[in-house]
Design a protein around this ligand. Structure first.
Ligand SMILES: [Zn+2]
Length: 149
């Protein structure tokens, strides 16, 4: 599997839009491309192709991944979702996730390659962000995906 240098626009849009809507959200478990340790741990991860994104679970900060784990199933860009020991995919539905990292602190979103450039709103039910927050969200550095985070 080839390692890309830049995450796909659709994956980047998840983090930027989340920050624009919820500027004070925690980002400790955010991730796009893999760090070296993550690459070693998960050599076939969708993070390696830029088609995956991790979004930190922060209910107080405005990002409730428990809710997103359900709502994002309706988004045509989503290939599968992982959160708190559960995985959902379009073809197999929801079931237990048995990977080494249960994903308690973040929601993992894998995207379909066909929609990699689609940056339309990921969280339309959360409303439209203020313009100033959109600008702030854009200038922030994009995080690498750590192993076991
Ligand atoms: Zn992930």
């Amino acid at each position: 599997m080839k390692l890309v240098k830049r995450a796909t626009p659709a994956a980047i849009a998840v983090l930027r839009q989340a920050t624009a809507i919820a500027p004070l959200r925690m980002k400790a478990s955010d991730g796009l491309l893999p760090s070296k340790s993550h690459l070693k741990q998960s050599p076939v991860s969708d993070h390696n192709t830029g088609l995956a994104v991790d979004l930190t679970h922060d209910v107080v900060g405005g990002i409730d991944c428990k809710d997103l784990f359900i709502r994002l199933r309706a988004d045509k860009r989503v290939k599968y979702l992982i959160f708190k020991g559960r995985i959902w995919s379009q073809d197999k539905g929801e079931r237990p996730y048995t990977g080494s990292n249960p994903h308690n602190k973040h929601l993992h979103i894998s995207l379909k390659e066909a929609h990699a450039k689609d940056t339309s709103p990921w969280f339309p039910w959360l409303g439209t962000p203020k313009a100033i927050n959109k600008v702030k969200a854009k200038v922030k550095l994009l995080p690498k995906k750590k192993a076991n985070s």
